[in-house]
Design a binder for this molecule. Structure first.
Ligand SMILES: Cc1cc2nc3c(=O)[nH]c(=O)nc-3n(C[C@H](O)[C@H](O)[C@H](O)COP(=O)(O)O)c2cc1C
Length: 513
């Protein structure tokens, strides 16, 4: 049995990184501002080539782009402008803010602590305007640094055990995560953040790809060492976390594998010193796979969620149709997004809530979700203020498009407590919790199922963000007291683990409808 097949490591990591009111009170960690990590990976010896700055406007409504999955058969190849658009709207700098210690460069997708530990690399064949190669995306310069010249897509095809989407993708974006950049603030819990922050970025990336008519597919199953070697990352510090196959070309990558030379490129240190949290590296090692055969057996066959029979009252959701929904284009909505810092206690409508849930959960194209449309996370809601809808705790039955009431009541104080004693989930109109039954997931996918469940939550959370801002609402991701969340939604949620939290409502800052 490989280490991935023994899920004890995922359980140990999950339990050790739970938040509780005691763990928060007894943790003496503080942010050492004198040792704050750089928010960018910089290769001082490589000059970046600038990407085109003029953005194409697809005009595709954000609420369509997040909901639709294009079939893999569409023949589609991105050109350099499309590449620039994909990168800018998923990981580009969209806003700057000065503070006493310098400037924060906010990016297109939400990220815990605005620490941006996710780096993007391109592995492509010849595209219009971009030669075949392996490139690193440099958001600060909005450019690409070429690490290898030539077509290396075959390396990814072999590393993913022949994943069909990778076989036909003219371009694959590899997302890596850098431990220290996020662990500076969040310590060992950072490994969960890898999934969340990579996920919100992927929600944007997939939506923009759809708007550009490029099929996209998230690939979590790959031989870790092969991908890390191709990118030349120091895997004690930075690791490949997910791949996204983009576009579809009938021709497969050339069969002769290019020799991968070790580059040993200099990079600027992130901080004067780095603090190691071995728990994360152990979790990563235990969820790594070593062979293409293992990867082939890993993907697909998602365990199904079975809910207990409904006992609470049922409300049918009333999502807006394509003809009725707000049609603000994806480019505009991504640039408008920014996490709500304060909510005003004003109700949203049932149509808004319904549209949000419906559009965000129509399915993620991913190698761990098979058949298409399956989902690992279940959504539980604390509704505070939705017009014509009793406040209370609910569970979302996705297949039936209904909410089942678990208990009625005003739970603003409880939501504030569960969201790490913050005001945001108490003041929002609704707090949406993601819970997952890790037992069948880890049994099916091993420790790597833990990566998948966190990543899926981040993607769905990112879609909720976009669905909120498309309707002129505000949203924010939040962290939470793990076991208290499960207890709050029990007995329905008994045995499940808290994975993610998003609060949605009227942002005090934005003028909302
Ligand atoms: C998964 C996740 C968890 C977050 N948790 C919190 C939180 O607990 N409290 C908070 O105020 N903001 C939280 N945020 C919001 C981030 O601080 C915010 O995304 C970051 O500062 C970047 O700003 P922006 O989203 O406005 O671009 C979270 C964001 C994400 C994606």
């Amino acid at each position: 049995m490989t280490e991935n097949r023994n899920p004890e490591a995922a359980w140990a990591y999950h339990d050790a990184t739970k938040h509780s009111s005691i763990s928060i009170r007894t943790n003496s960690h503080f942010m050492d501002w004198s040792n704050q990590p750089l928010p960018f990976k910089i290769y001082p010896t490589l000059k970046p080539t600038c990407l085109p700055g003029d953005m194409r406007q697809t005009g595709i409504a954000a609420l369509s782009a997040i909901a639709e999955t294009l079939p893999a058969q569409s023949n589609a190849c991105p050109d350099l402008e499309a590449v620039a658009q994909l990168l800018y709207l998923s990981a580009g700098i969209t806003r700057k803010r000065s503070y006493s210690g310098g400037e924060i460069y906010f990016r297109a997708a939400a990220c815990t602590g605005a620490l941006y530990e996710v780096e993007l690399y391109l592995v492509c064949g010849n595209l219009a305007g971009l030669e075949a190669g392996v490139y690193h995306f440099a958001p600060a310069e909005f450019g690409l640094r070429r690490l290898h010249a030539g077509d290396y897509r075959r390396v990814l095809l072999e590393a993913t055990g022949g994943e069909p989407a990778i076989a036909h993708a003219p371009l694959t974006i590899v997302c890596t995560c850098t431990y220290w950049r996020n662990a500076w603030k969040y310590q060992a819990r950072t490994y969960r953040h890898f999934g969340w922050d990579n996920g919100t970025l992927l929600a944007n990336l997939l939506a923009v790809a759809t708007a550009l008519r490029l099929p996209g597919r998230v690939v979590c199953g790959f031989v870790d060492a092969s991908v890390n070697r191709l990118l030349d990352v120091d895997s004690q510090r930075e690791v490949a976390f997910s791949l996204v196959a983009l576009g579809h070309d009938l021709a497969r990558p050339p069969s002769s594998i290019q020799e991968i030379s070790a580059l040993r490129l200099e990079t600027v240190p992130l901080s004067q010193r780095e603090v190691d949290y071995p728990l994360m590296r152990e979790m990563h090692a235990a969820s790594s796979v070593d062979t293409a055969e293992e990867v082939e057996a890993w993907r697909g066959h998602t365990p199904l969620t079975i809910f207990p029979p409904s006992v609470g009252s049922i409300t049918q959701l009333q999502p807006l149709s394509d003809a009725e929904m707000p049609r603000d284009p994806i480019e505009q909505v991504i640039q408008r997004r920014g996490s709500a810092r304060k909510f005003v206690r004003r109700p949203i409508t049932l149509e808004q809530l319904s549209t949000l849930l419906d559009r965000a959960t129509r399915g993620v194209p991913a190698d761990f979700l098979d058949p298409q449309g399956t989902q690992l996370n279940d959504l539980y809601l604390i509704v505070h203020a939705v017009e014509g809808f009793p406040p209370g705790a609910y569970v979302f039955h996705r297949s039936r498009g209904v909410l089942e009431c678990l208990k009625q009541g005003n739970f603003r104080a409880e939501a504030g407590y569960l969201g790490l004693e913050q005001q945001l989930p108490a003041d929002a109109a609704v707090a949406i919790f993601f819970l997952a039954d890790l037992r069948p997931i880890l049994q099916r996918f091993g420790n790597r199922g833990y990566r998948a469940v966190q990543l899926e939550a981040g993607i769905l959370g990112g879609k909720l963000y976009l669905a909120a801002y498309a309707q002129l609402l505000g949203a924010t991701g939040l962290t939470f007291f793990d076991d208290d969340v499960t207890r709050f939604f029990s007995p329905h949620a008994q045995g499940k683990s808290a994975i993610f939290l998003v609060a949605v409502g009227h942002s005090a800052k934005h003028k909302s409808g």
